[in-house]
Structures are given as structure tokens and as C-alpha cells.
Design a protein around this ligand. Structure first.
Ligand SMILES: C[S@@+](CC[C@H](N)C(=O)[O-])C[C@H]1O[C@@H](n2cnc3c(N)ncnc32)[C@H](O)[C@@H]1O
Length: 278
């Protein structure tokens, strides 16, 4: 691939997803885009820019950008954020008037494991506390990739996927076997909704959330993009809500809108001036 092709393709990806493709990732472009080149009958990557610039090139550009996202996920990923979420949800439940739903958002949800992990925690809370049982809950999962949103909506996981992070008792309790696969039980999935959405877009239409997980996606962005996305997420958080980032991510130094939790790494609340009435 000639340098100008690499630069063009990297710019197309950055414009659409915010993801930065480094020079050391040329190999990834070649392997992940090989099936697209074949389908489009293009001889190699150097033939792709002309096709992307052509009329109707935008759909192909979007497809290419989505193919270059990394969709790695697992249930209860990293454990600790979910351990922290449990008591936080109890506190939010106690602080909310009856009838007001708790709203949780898995922003960049990939194939849905994060959103379903939240739903499992909420099911456990409802079972352990009769007061919680009447609490309406909405979980929204969003991702830029239409392919992963389709999978999240289906709620069907391979044996490999359910072995990553799910205790055996949780698997048999919250999932049903379907051939060689496992489907999230309808009562767990009922509060989950999945939509395609770009974190770089205006997200105000989704409303405000008590809890936002935006984990393991900022790592792919440059500093101005991280700051822009964090400002957008802060706008969607309620006054006493919490934002959870990934283990390798931080909001420190990127926005004044968010302050780190006093004791829990990776958890953020709104800074005082941003706090609006709930
Ligand atoms: C590594 S996965 C993280 C999944 C999950 N949050 C977790 O921690 O397990 C990152 C996801 O971010 C999505 N993504 C990348 N850029 C995005 C953007 N601009 N808007 C929305 N989602 C994006 C990718 O499609 C991918 O599914």
C-alpha cells in the first residue's frame, strides 16, 4: 500500500469513528479489508480510495470504518466496575421517587455483554430487595457498528463468549441453551434496547442517564476526540449520576465537566458547575 492510500484510509476512518489508525496497523487494514476488496472486485488497497471518492462511496466508507473497529467485549469485564455499580444502583434507587425509571447506558456496547451484565445485576437486586422490584429500569446499548448492534439485539452468545466472565450459576439462571449457543432469557433482556449511534454525533436525543458505561473505546481516539466525547457524555448524565470508563482510560486533564470519584478509579461524576437540577 502506498503512503497516500494509507493516509487517505486512516483519515476516512478517523472522520467517521474517531479511531486513529497508526502506521504500525497497516497489516490490520490489509487483513480486515481483504473480504471487502474481494467483494468489490478491487485488486488491492490502492484501488480503494478511488471507489470511496466515487458517487455512492459514502456507504462503502462507512462500512470500511466499521470493519476497522475493535469489538472485543466480555461479561462483567474487569469485574470491579460491576462490583461498584451494585451499591451505587441501590443508592440511586433510594434517592429516586417511585415511578421514575433508572436509566443506564452502555455507550459503545459492542455485542451487548456490558448491557446484559447490567441487566443481570438489576435482576439480582430486584430479587434481593422487594422495594427494588417495582423500580422501572431502562438499559440502552449503542455502538457505531450495525453488525455488533444486530448481535446485541439477538442476545445469543457462543460457548466461548459465555465462558468469559459469567459464573456458571449465572449462566444457567439467566440464559437458555439454544443448540450450541446461549440466549439471554427474555426477562433479563426485556429492559435492554440497542441502537446504532456514533459517539461523535449529537447524543442529546437519548435523554439523560443515571449511569453511563463508556469503556474501552476512548483508547482508540486522539486527545481532542476523547475530550469531545467526554463533554458529550457529561451532558447526558444526571446530577448525581456516574460515568464509568475503561481501566486504561481517564477523564482527568480532558474536561472540567467531570470529577473523579473520591475512592473508585475510573468512575466520574459531574463537576459542580455542570450539575443541573435532576
Ligand atoms: C472494545 S469495544 C468495547 C465494548 C465494551 N464497552 C467493553 O468494554 O467490553 C469498543 C466498541 O466501540 C465501538 N466504537 C468505536 N468507535 C465508536 C464511535 N465513534 N461511536 C460509537 N461506538 C464506537 C466499536 O464498534 C466497538 O464495538
Amino acid at each position: 500500500m502506498i503512503a497516500s492510500t494509507f493516509d487517505f484510509l486512516a483519515a476516512v476512518v478517523k472522520d467517521r469513528t474517531g479511531g486513529v489508525i497508526g502506521a504500525d496497523q497497516r497489516y490490520m487494514l490489509e487483513t480486515r479489508l481483504a473480504p471487502l476488496l474481494k467483494r468489490e472486485a478491487l485488486r488491492d488497497l490502492d484501488a480503494l480510495p478511488a471507489r470511496l471518492r466515487a458517487p455512492q462511496g459514502e456507504a462503502l466508507a462507512q462500512e470500511m470504518a466499521e470493519l476497522l473497529t475493535t469489538n472485543e467485549s466480555s461479561f462483567f469485564r474487569d469485574g470491579r466496575p460491576f462490583d461498584h455499580l451494585r451499591p451505587l444502583l441501590r443508592g440511586l434507587h433510594a434517592a429516586r421517587p417511585a415511578g421514575q425509571p433508572l436509566r443506564l447506558w452502555s455507550a459503545a456496547c459492542s455485542t451487548g455483554q456490558e448491557a446484559y451484565s447490567m441487566a443481570i445485576i438489576l435482576a439480582e437486586l430486584a430479587e434481593g430487595d422487594p422495594g427494588f422490584r417495582g423500580r422501572r429500569v431502562e438499559i440502552l446499548g449503542t455502538d457505531i457498528s450495525a453488525r455488533v448492534i444486530g448481535r446485541a439485539r439477538a442476545g445469543v452468545f457462543t460457548p466461548f463468549e459465555v465462558q468469559r466472565g459469567l459464573p456458571a450459576a449465572t449462566l444457567t439462571r439467566r440464559f437458555q441453551e439454544e443448540g450450541a449457543q446461549w440466549r439471554v432469557k427474555p426477562e433479563v433482556a426485556a429492559c435492554c434496547r440497542f441502537e446504532r449511534a456514533n459517539l461523535l454525533a449529537d447524543l442529546r436525543g437519548f435523554g439523560r442517564f443515571d449511569v453511563i458505561f463508556c469503556r474501552n473505546v476512548l483508547i482508540y481516539f486522539d486527545v481532542p476526540t476523547k475530550a469531545r466525547v467526554l463533554r458529550g457524555l457529561a451532558q447526558q448524565l444526571v446530577a448525581d449520576g456516574a460515568l464509568y470508563l475503561g481501566a486504561a482510560e481517564t477523564a482527568i486533564g480532558l474536561t472540567d465537566a467531570l470529577v473523579p470519584h473520591a475512592t473508585e478509579r475510573g468512575v466520574y461524576g459531574l463537576a459542580a458547575p455542570q450539575r443541573l437540577p435532576a
